[in-house]
Design a protein around this ligand. Structure first.
Ligand SMILES: [Zn+2]
Length: 452
């Protein structure tokens, strides 16, 4: 394992006349101090790392017990030392608890909070408020991920993803930017970034990529599959593909390697939490970001899975003091891995089983991705979970789990919202169901296409 912190490019100095060693203030100084500790932490023995996590967990536990209405009740008979008795928080529980999960005494020093709405990996929309501090930690984790995978900050990174609120990304030629993102803006980097919205048709995405010729492509696994399926050839400058947001299977890794000659680097995250695990630089498995999250993989009875076993992923973000989530079942499954020979003591997840995306078929035979959920339907009707199934070129079935029957007016408004997501005035048929089961493979699909 190399000292990746040493390979960090020279940061931008804020002190006039001083270039090196660089002087940093504010957020940049915090991010760099965190980065140094991240490198230190991943070299610790698993037991030492676990001990540090426990210290942080106890602080969070006490804060939750004392200042969060939901936990005042739920943790009445628990102590932080007796962690396995802390009840698992299901997505439905998070939905129902709502504002009762917010601290009445969020430490001011953690900064302002922001509302995050997520449709997540089970079609159950949830809302949490996240403090500014968790965003700062996330920047350090993002830089760590770049450094683990030795990305050259002078080269181009192009992203094809859901670009909410960025209308210019929804058509060619997309958006070009001076850098890759907020986390790399602290470096004196020369690389360029480019962004295109996922909803742009695949043929246009291919043309855009040929023209952009980035060193790194960031997109969702299902979109990568569509690009490969469209017959796009690799461009000579491509180094690897970074995937986010859905599960990557061994077949896609093989196909990318054989058709494009480059590997996939995957990251496991959830909108309401942030980064959960990033891919090991030496293996296609994942290392838990143990400085930011405490991850348990549990059996149906709540006991811990052993290496080789698949169980539910239960996550406790260690620093979220506005909406503390203790033992939150994020909605995915994972296989526990054994120790990694790369030298990192961070726990290993062998593979993740989560959401997949499906393309929809338009009446003229064209294909496109539906837009991702924006959580707005919760303002229209008390929907707990959904699945949209295309049953013909003109028709969608909307399977809805809801607190009560929807009114005709709610169905009407919901149908309009769905048509907007689908990008076509499809006929929408509503079916209220008690539950939407997960596919046998462990995948959950919020959009399903049942026609050719
Ligand atoms: Zn490793």
């Amino acid at each position: 394992m190399s000292g990746w912190f040493d390979s960090l490019p020279l940061p931008r100095s804020v002190l006039q006349g001083v270039v090196w060693p660089a002087v940093m203030t504010g957020e940049a100084a915090i991010v760099f101090a965190l980065l140094a500790q991240l490198q230190q932490a991943e070299r610790l023995a698993p037991a030492a790392l676990h001990g540090l996590q426990q210290r942080q967990l106890r602080t969070l536990f006490t804060h939750a017990q004392q200042t969060v209405p939901h936990y005042r009740d739920a943790l009445r008979h628990c102590t932080a030392e007796d962690w396995s008795r802390v009840p698992i928080l299901e997505r439905a529980g998070l939905q129902q608890a709502g504002a009762a999960l917010r601290s009445t005494a969020t430490p001011q020093a953690h900064g302002q909070w922001q509302l995050i709405k997520s449709s997540g990996s089970t079609g159950r929309p949830v809302e949490v408020e996240k403090t500014a501090y968790t965003g700062v930690l996330m920047k350090a984790q993002m830089l760590r991920e770049h450094l683990w995978h030795q990305r050259d900050f002078s080269r181009k990174l192009a992203a094809i993803r859901v670009a909410k609120g960025q209308a210019a990304a929804q058509r060619l030629p997309g958006i070009e930017a001076a850098g890759w993102g907020a986390e790399t803006a602290m470096l004196d980097m020369q690389g360029r970034g480019a962004l295109l919205d996922l909803a742009v048709p695949i043929a246009d995405q291919c043309a855009w990529l040929r023209q952009q010729a980035p060193a790194y492509l960031l997109t969702y696994p299902s979109n990568l599959k569509a690009l490969l399926g469209h017959g796009l050839e690799a461009w000579p400058t491509l180094v690897h593909v970074k995937t986010v947001g859905e599960m990557v299977d061994a077949e896609l890794r093989l196909r990318c390697a054989s058709q494009w000659g480059v590997p996939i680097v995957d990251e496991y995250s959830a909108q309401e939490i942030g980064s959960i695990a990033i891919q090991c630089p030496d293996h296609p498995h994942y290392h838990v970001q143990a400085e930011g999250v405490f991850v348990e993989v549990v059996r149906e009875d709540g006991s811990a899975c052993a290496p080789g076993e698949v169980g539910r992923v239960v996550v406790t973000p260690l620093h979220e003091f506005r909406t503390p989530l203790l033992r939150y079942a994020v909605g995915d499954y994972a296989e526990v891995g054994g120790p990694c020979d790369c030298g990192r003591g961070l726990p290993v997840l062998k593979r993740i089983l989560g959401r997949v995306r499906n393309m929809i078929v338009l009446p003229d035979g064209g294909r496109r991705w539906p837009l991702a959920g924006d959580g707005r339907y919760r303002d229209i009707a008390p929907v707990l979970q959904y699945q949209f199934v295309q049953t013909s070129r003109e028709t969608f079935e909307a399977r809805i789990v809801s607190e009560r029957d929807l009114t005709r007016d709610e169905e009407q408004q919901l149908a309009d919202w769905i048509r907007e997501r689908l990008g076509h005035p499809f006929r929408i048929e509503f079916h209220r169901v008690p539950e939407i089961p997960r596919h046998a493979s462990g995948k959950y699909e919020d959009f399903v296409c049942e026609i050719g």
